[in-house]
Unconditional design. Structure first.
Length: 510
């Protein structure tokens, strides 16, 4: 029991001693750790303080640098302002000096002006004294002496001028008629050309009568297609190996003739092929018109013409004036003008140019309201021809005053070319004008696309757009055109008006 008690007491004493020892050791370790932590905190604090100081110093340096830069800019601006102020002061001083110089100059000019006025007054006084002395010596006033001198000079000049004029008139009367006849006759002899009368039909020759049937086609569809596409009338009668193409417009007849030639050579004759060939031939004729104009200009030695004027000259080949071919008439007039201008000592090249262009107003692309001479002059002026040539074109029928010597030459040569025996025929011109008027009346109505006067003007075919006019309006249009022709035109017999409204549906199989 005692042993147990001692044992327990020993355990208790030992435990208390061990706990005390443990407390002692733990307190020492804690103190050492606390001391180390304090040291580390002091080190970190010093580092942070150093970093803060470094940042503060950097910021301070940057601010000082920025303040320095701003101060530099302010100093530069102040320097510029000082320089400007110095410049302004210098300018003010310069202006002050100039103003003083101007005032001195003005004062000097005023003094000179006063001196000049004094001299003028002195001169006037001296002239007045001299005039009074002359009047006393001659017994006449200055006005009377001046009047007598002028009257004597006038009488002498009139006498000399009258004698000179009489001499010129006498000489002109003796030689003018003779010289004018010589120039005109010599011009005609040097430029003598053949004359020809144009008609309104073209005979197309074929190899055999079998071709006639192919041209007519089944139920006449081919011949109707050709007439509708070209605007001519084709007469197929019993005349062997011949077909007559009738139209007042030579261009239409030529297109039809060339189209028939190609269709017969190709062998395929049907409406679609006819339209294709006619379109191709129409383009070929346009190209031939331009080529004809170029060739005419080259043959006559005329250069620098505007391309549009060359095209108009080429169109003259297919036009006639009172039955006379217009291109041949223009060429002949040009040559006559050149010869006559050379005889009179003028520029033959200018005269030839004016003679060639004098009738360009007869072949317009659209019908003008002006006379052909005035319209031709406007065309020439539009395409940069010289004023004397434009005046010669406008004045060759006395519709404008002549302002150059070329104008009477062109007028005379135009009359010479037109007055040749057989050169012109009034009936053909009136006939063509009547057919033109028929077509123009029909074309003036809305919805009309094409018009063709056929059968020598006894029938007018009018083609209208199917999308613009209906069947009822087509009937009314025929009556309106007939009434207008009856009221406005004079013509033999009667005129049949046929209005055609055709609807086409085109599709392609691919």
């Amino acid at each position: 029991m005692l042993y147990v008690i001692l044992t327990v007491a020993g355990f208790i004493i030992g435990g208390a001693a061990g706990y005390a020892l443990y407390r002692y050791l733990l307190t020492g370790k804690y103190n050492s750790m606390l001391a180390e932590a304090q040291k580390e905190a002091d080190v970190i604090k010093e580092k942070k303080l150093l970093e803060v100081k470094e940042k503060f110093l950097n910021k301070k340096a940057e601010l000082e640098k920025e303040v320095q830069q701003r101060n530099q800019k302010i100093a530069q601006v102040e320097n510029k302002l000082k320089q400007r102020e110095i410049g302004i002061n210098q300018r003010q001083e310069e202006l002050g000096r100039r103003k003083a110089d101007l005032e001195k100059l003005q004062e000097r000019l005023d003094n000179q002006q006063q001196a000049l006025n004094a001299r003028e007054e002195e001169l006037e006084r001296m002239q007045l004294q001299e005039r009074e002395k002359l009047e006393e010596l001659s017994g006449l006033s200055a006005e009377e002496a001046k009047k007598r001198l002028i009257d004597s000079l006038k009488d002498e000049a009139k006498s000399d001028a009258q004698s000179y004029i009489n001499e010129i008139m006498d000489d002109a009367k003796m030689t003018a008629n003779k010289e004018a006849k010589r120039i005109v006759i010599q011009s005609i002899q040097r430029v003598a050309t053949e004359t020809a009368i144009e008609n309104s039909v073209t005979v197309f020759h074929i190899d055999n009568d079998e071709v006639k049937g192919r041209i007519i086609g089944r139920e006449g569809r081919n011949i109707r297609a050709i007439e509708a596409a070209t605007g001519v009338e084709i007469v197929v009668d019993d005349t062997p190996e011949a077909i007559v193409i009738s139209a007042f417009d030579p261009v239409r007849r030529e297109i039809c003739r060339l189209a028939l030639h190609q269709l017969i050579a190709d062998g395929r004759i049907h409406p679609a092929r006819i339209e294709e060939v006619v379109a191709k031939v129409r383009k070929q004729v346009e190209e031939e018109v331009i080529e004809t104009g170029k060739r005419t200009a080259i043959d006559l030695g005329i250069h620098g013409l505007h391309p549009e004027l060359i095209r108009i000259i080429g169109k003259m080949k297919y036009r006639s004036s009172y039955g006379q071919n217009l291109l041949q008439h223009a060429r002949e007039t040009a040559n006559l003008c050149a010869v006559m201008a050379a005889e009179l000592g003028l520029n033959p090249k200018k005269a030839k140019r004016a003679g060639l262009l004098h009738d360009i107003g007869k072949v317009p692309d659209e019908e003008p309201e002006l006379p052909h001479a005035i319209y031709g002059a406007k065309l020439a002026e539009k395409y940069k021809e010289k004023p004397d040539i434009c005046n010669a074109i406008a004045a060759h029928h006395d519709e404008m005053e002549m302002t150059s010597l070329l104008a009477p030459i062109v007028q005379v040569c135009d009359a010479i070319s037109g007055a040749r025996p057989g050169a012109r025929r009034e009936i053909v011109e009136a006939y063509i004008k009547r057919l033109n008027d028929l077509e123009n009346i029909a074309m003036s109505y809305p919805g009309v696309t094409k018009t063709y006067a056929i059968q020598a003007g006894r029938e007018l075919r009018v083609i209208v757009g199917a999308d613009k006019i209906d069947d009822k309006q087509t009937e009314n249009l025929s009556g309106e055109i007939a009434k207008r022709i009856q009221d406005e035109m004079t013509y033999p017999g009667q005129v049949k008006i046929t209005v055609i409204r055709e609807t086409r549906a085109v599709s392609y199989a691919k």
